[in-house]
Design a protein around this ligand. Structure first.
Ligand SMILES: [Zn+2]
Length: 153
């Protein structure tokens, strides 16, 4: 019987599946995303114990575990704290490569937001560069209500 199994070539098919789904963003992310969509304002939560401001907002401070109940608007301008450049076009990348992905610490925030930088040469991207958010009304209540960031200065 084992010699019979060795003679059977496995049939392998390549395919893709589509798995539509919805999920509740939660109170904290929901308020953040709705404010982006409706007011083009970037909101964070402040920890009243250690005074850190989280953008994207966090419901609970990860440093001191205090529940963050204070909301504060932060600037639409910030500083690149880290970045990478995607140069290979993959299905998961909506934009045409090269795409600059950056962690951006907005003025008034203590944490960084992941987003893209456009209208910049990837070779000119650097840590410390100043950027400003550009908003899109057609994206709805998603992080893409910020369509991208652009360099300033
Ligand atoms: Zn805290």
């Amino acid at each position: 019987m084992s010699s019979l199994l060795k003679q059977v070539e496995p049939m392998v098919y390549s395919s893709q599946i589509s798995v539509p789904y919805t999920w509740w963003a939660g109170d904290t992310a929901g308020r953040f995303l709705k404010t982006l969509r409706d007011e083009q304002t970037i909101m964070g939560t402040r920890c009243e114990s250690c005074n850190r401001v989280f953008v994207p907002p966090r419901k609970t401070c990860p440093a001191c575990f205090t529940e963050n109940e204070t909301w504060t608007a932060v600037s639409d301008e910030g500083t690149v704290v880290s970045f990478t450049v995607a140069r290979r076009q993959l299905a998961a990348i909506a934009q045409k490569v090269p795409v600059i992905y950056a962690l951006i610490r907005l003025d008034g925030a203590d944490t960084a937001l992941l987003h893209t930088i456009a209208q910049a040469d990837p070779d000119d991207a650097k840590i410390g560069m100043r950027v400003r958010a550009c908003f899109s009304k057609k994206a709805g209540a998603t992080i893409n209500a910020i369509s991208h960031f652009v360099p300033i200065d």
